[in-house]
Design a protein around this ligand. Structure first.
Ligand SMILES: Cc1cc2nc3c(=O)[nH]c(=O)nc-3n(C[C@H](O)[C@H](O)[C@H](O)COP(=O)(O)O)c2cc1C
Length: 539
């Protein structure tokens, strides 16, 4: 079938909706024999073991959003710290003889489709090269040695010092369990990882800017993805390349010149990707969605968000690094406990894009994602359905499209939060989130409502970016929940159209792309938690 890219993607989106009577297609059982290895290795590539942080970088809660100190030198040790606090392990969990790793970045089903690659200049202790990060060993695998001159020319085109960090996705890791909907989850995970890297960069006084002008083909060329022999279904697909830097000139070209990319395209890459599963299922619709949402080169003007001040009153007593390290997904909530309204406001406020405030200063572009919130237990607020705007330009349209009976009553000066309808939405919230109790049992849960049809029709690659933006919002909420003594969980399983119906939306102008829930966690007493790198002790 020969569909226009946008129409093909909109069809993918429609076909991978969950409905109460029909979930998106998946295997329907767990094929444990073929569970993909969550850790990629490039066998035969030289390995550079990285040091673990002896001491976390300084900075309180708000250092996540704005660097607290001067920029740290770009060294292997500091890059190791940046990786540890963004893509490294956060804990080992153990239950009756089986043990698995959790990571700083969350991932649907803990399946971790996202891989990290770095392009590093020459530094004491290592040559310039293209490296793959392997979080289990906390090491870099050198896939290609580069002339430092090439890296320096790339950096000088960008007008900054630093290094490049690239993300790729292995769709099979998610589709093994989630079938056709998995492409969405892989992209959420990219958003979580990107926000995680942006936050970690701040702790070293660094900035992070996405090279959003680059075509996917260029990202593939720089990371050697086309010059690597992957097993079918185990390919790494290009997501993005960003520059981690210490400032540079004001506005940076968010791209690299074609001649330079062509030089990268001639490099030889070392290392054979480890096989992840013995057998695979080819979910063809995912391959098609990936193809239809491939990004061409673009010329982007970075948006400005304005300077509305951040609510700072409720910053946490925890350090920024401690917040990152504590992040976990809750599996059950204490139904009796709510949160103060000041905490609720402070959490929402951090999802607002602001100039120079992370993670939305990473340069992805205009914000399209809003929050439709079910407030269950927030002290001093009526339980009910609320709306939080992250881009006020969309408000008139949203008000016109949603149910006429919604009150749109402003809640708090300086916060774009509106009460739409008071009421007890606990059951509704759980129902629309695939009957998951955690969506109805906490302090609040929400759906991320994105401006959709027009955005995808105009630039089909933005289909992926909308999920990235949702994932970034999710990462902010995960960390804010920890900062305020509660816990969050991303929710990828929800009944798409049931949410739209609740709001009175009847077409694709806005779609709910991701859900999230926050509350007081109840721990599972059967699980034992071990330190993240217990297995490397004595290295
Ligand atoms: C995109 C995404 C979707 C998720 N969907 C659900 C979900 O529907 N239900 C749920 O209980 N957990 C969900 N999770 C939480 C993951 O299962 C969790 O992140 C993973 O098990 C790793 O655990 P950690 O977050 O504690 O590191 C989701 C996480 C992400 C990032």
């Amino acid at each position: 079938m020969n569909l226009l890219p946008a129409e093909g993607l909109l069809r993918y989106h429609e076909e991978t909706k969950h409905h109460p009577e029909r979930y998106a297609r998946a295997l329907g059982y767990m094929d444990w024999e073929n569970q993909p290895d969550p850790f990629r290795r490039y066998e035969g590539a030289p390995v550079l073991d990285l040091p673990l942080l002896a001491q976390d970088p300084p900075g309180g809660h708000l250092a996540l959003y704005e660097p607290a100190g001067a920029s740290a030198p770009i060294t292997f040790a500091n890059i190791a710290g940046f990786l540890e606090l963004s893509m490294g392990l956060s804990a080992l969990k153990q239950l009756s003889g089986s043990r698995w790793a959790l990571r700083m970045n969350p991932s649907s089903g803990n399946l971790h489709p996202t891989e990290t690659h770095l392009v590093l200049p020459r530094m004491p202790g290592g040559s310039a090269g293209i490296y793959h990060y392997t979080p289990l060993r906390h090491a870099l695998e050198r896939r290609a040695e580069l002339s430092d001159d090439l890296v320096q020319r790339a950096l000088s085109c960008l007008g900054a010092d630093g290094f490049l960090a690239g993300l790729t996705s292995i769709f099979w890791r998610e589709s093994w369990k989630y079938g056709e909907r998995a492409f969405r989850y892989c992209n959420h995970d990219v958003g979580h990882a990107l926000a995680g890297m942006r936050f970690a960069a701040n702790l070293f006084g660094w900035r992070l800017t996405c090279l959003t002008g680059l075509a996917d083909e260029a990202v593939e060329a720089v990371l050697g993805l086309r010059r690597t022999r992957f097993l079918p279904q185990e390919e790494e697909h290009p997501d993005l390349l960003c520059l981690v830097h210490s400032g540079g000139r004001g506005s940076m070209p968010q791209t690299l010149p074609a001649e330079l990319v062509a030089e990268f395209a001639r490099i030889e890459f070392a290392g054979r990707p480890n096989p992840l599963s013995r057998e695979h299922v080819d979910w063809e619709i995912i391959g098609r969605a990936a193809e239809l949402s491939r990004k061409p080169a673009t010329v982007d003007t970075p948006p400005t968000f304005g300077g509305r001040g951040m609510i700072q009153a409720d910053d946490s007593a925890l350090s920024a690094a401690a917040i990152i390290r504590r992040r976990r997904s809750a599996t059950e909530f204490d139904r009796r406990r709510g949160i103060p309204r000041s905490h609720f406001f402070a959490m929402l406020d951090k999802t607002t894009p602001r100039d120079g405030i992370s993670p939305f200063d990473a340069g992805l572009g205009e914000p399209f994602v809003h929050l439709m919130i079910f407030v269950h237990q927030v002290e001093g607020l009526h339980p009910g359905l609320y709306f939080f705007s992250r881009n006020d330009e969309h408000l008139p349209e949203l008000r016109a499209l949603t149910r006429p009976e919604f009150a749109w009553q402003p809640v708090e000066p300086g916060l774009t939060l509106f009460l739409l309808q008071p009421g007890d939405f606990r059951q509704t919230a759980a129902m629309v989130s695939c009957h998951q109790e955690i969506a109805g049992a906490g302090a609040f849960s929400l759906g991320m409502l994105a401006r959709f049809g027009e955005v995808v029709r105009r630039e089909p690659f933005r289909y992926r970016h909308l999920f990235w933006e949702s994932g970034m919002v999710g990462q902010v909420l995960y960390l804010e929940a920890e900062a305020h003594g509660v816990r969050g969980t991303g929710i990828g399983c929800f009944f798409d159209d049931a949410v739209h119906e609740l709001l009175g939306l009847s077409d694709d102008r806005y779609q709910s792309l991701y859900h999230f829930t926050v509350g007081h966690p109840l721990e599972d007493p059967r699980l034992t938690t071990l330190p993240p790198y217990a297995h490397l002790r004595g290295r």
